[in-house]
Design a protein around this ligand. Structure first.
Ligand SMILES: *Cc1c(COP(=O)(O)O)cnc(C)c1O
Length: 471
């Protein structure tokens, strides 16, 4: 399978090279040249498969000709193993829980760091290890995090022999749980940098380093682990099929509501639909950082000031993966996307053509949920079911309830994080004590931490990286 850039100017790459690349050289994002499509009979024949067996069916066509099936099977088994202290804590990997009439929550927080990002990053870690060993190559991962991505990436890569991972977080600006999930991983190849700045400063540091990698030792390159990495999107397609099959697809349709930030997760849902899963409604659920909701509802895709919300993992001004969606909505015309993104960069806004907007509206519903409403939903769902939602998931549930068109179609709300990760919102919803951390993390606050505080200065950060890269 070949992968092409959304801006049409960069060379096409094969799967393994795409995994080792960040942005394409033309500034675009890589997408598969063609999408595999499965027939309804074939999808029906997957009913009852384990998560791992289903993942093998869905991922195989994307890596065809590069990763032999037996190897892929091993990578998947290692990524989605169940265990009480490492790996996933539930035999179903992605279990469904009913929260209302024909309304379900898909628990994507059973992985090691309690957020859905484990689904992609556990797999990416094993995949990188495999590809790099095959090539006898070493790489450096550099990433910025405001919370969930960093810990999931560190957890995914802690055992990778050919990877040094450097994660920057804004000093004293992530929650204690989130920081400790990163800084208590003490493997030699794991390095946490607490940057004396905010999240944007961290991101700028990473961007500048990707743009000019001459600070790295000879033979090393940077690899991106944010959701511009295609392998992350690919791994997320699987759970849409898994939930759909459990609820009767392909014999009947299902709908999904997705708490959305960078548009990676819901883009995987859109791909699942194109690959043959009968998805009736796909709901983009946003918090007050609502650029996508404004885009779908009012054709207003303009940058606005960042709002710090109770759902911090969705606090983004611009959703980077939306470019992949725009590429499809514009007939996969890379020149058009290049021009559109240039306009957006210079003007801070873009307007979609009527036909494009109409197609986007046919594909997606959208809804915005502010902090007060988020807290109300956590409270009311707890009162009616004794089930505790995290604030991100609550936004998805509320958006589903507000936009749902057909009560006879199962509605699946993606539960993207465990409530114990976000005690502040839970407390505001009237819970008197913090939700308990799962058993394997109960000693989190007594574990040893290791991190380096560094000034907001590119040369100091790069010096630290150079000095700490393994030989
Ligand atoms: C990352 C994240 C999201 C947003 O996912 P995107 O793929 O960026 O849209 C939502 N909820 C939680 C808990 C997250 O960690």
């Amino acid at each position: 399978m070949k992968y092409i850039s959304t801006r049409g100017q960069a060379p096409a790459l094969n799967f393994e090279d795409v995994v080792l690349t960040g942005l394409a050289t033309d500034g675009g994002l890589y997408v598969p040249e063609t999408l595999p499509e499965f027939s309804q009979e074939e999808i029906a024949s997957w009913a009852g498969l384990s998560y791992e067996a289903l993942a093998l069916k869905i991922i195989s066509p994307f890596v065809e000709g590069e990763i032999p099936e037996a190897d892929l099977k091993r990578l998947i088994a290692a990524s989605y193993k169940t265990s009480a202290d490492k790996g996933f804590r539930h035999e179903a990997i992605a279990p469904l829980v009913q929260t209302g009439h024909n309304e379900w929550v898909l628990e994507l927080f059973q992985g090691p760091t309690l957020a859905f990002k484990d689904f992609a990053l556990q797999f990416l870690g094993h995949l990188l290890d495999y590809v790099l060993k095959k090539r006898d190559q070493k790489v450096v991962i550099m990433g910025a995090t405001s919370g969930d991505t960093g810990s999931a990436a560190i957890e995914g890569c802690r055992d990778c022999e050919n990877v040094d991972i450097f994660i920057l977080h804004p000093y004293q600006k992530v929650s204690d749980v989130q920081r400790r999930q990163m800084t208590t991983v003490l493997e030699d190849n794991v390095h946490n940098i607490a940057l004396q700045g905010n999240f944007d400063d961290c991101q700028n540091m990473v961007k500048a380093s990707f743009a000019d990698q001459s600070f790295l030792p000879e033979g090393r390159q940077l690899v991106a682990v944010n959701s511009i990495n295609w392998a992350r999107i690919m791994a997320q397609i699987v759970y849409y099929f898994y939930a759909g099959l459990a609820l009767g697809a392909p014999h009947r349709p299902v709908s999904f509501s997705v708490p959305t930030g960078n548009f990676g997760d819901i883009f995987a849902g859109y791909l699942a639909k194109r690959m043959g899963l009968p998805i009736e409604q796909l709901v983009i659920a946003t918090n007050s950082n609502d650029i996508l909701h404004r885009c779908i509802s009012e054709n207003d895709h303009s940058k606005q000031a960042l709002v710090h919300s109770l759902s911090p993992s969705m606090d983004i001004m611009v959703s980077s993966n939306f470019e992949r969606m725009l590429f499809d909505l514009h007939g996969r015309d890379g020149n058009k996307i290049g021009a559109l993104m240039e306009t957006f960069k210079s003007e801070g806004s873009m307007v979609l053509d009527d036909a494009v907007l109409a197609e986007a509206r046919a594909l997606f519903s959208s809804y915005r949920v502010g902090d007060d409403e988020t807290v109300d939903v956590i409270r009311s769902v707890f009162e009616s079911t004794e089930y505790l939602l995290d604030p991100h998931t609550a936004i998805g549930v509320q958006a589903a309830r507000q936009t749902r068109r057909n009560n006879s179609t199962p509605m699946v709300c993606l539960a993207t994080a465990h409530p114990a990760k976000f005690p502040e919102a839970v407390k505001q919803a009237g819970q008197t004590s913090d939700p308990a951390l799962p058993f394997h993390m109960q000693d989190l606050f007594t574990r040893e931490e290791r991190y380096q505080v560094i000034a907001d200065d590119l040369s100091q950060v790069q010096l630290f990286i150079r000095e700490n890269i393994s030989g």
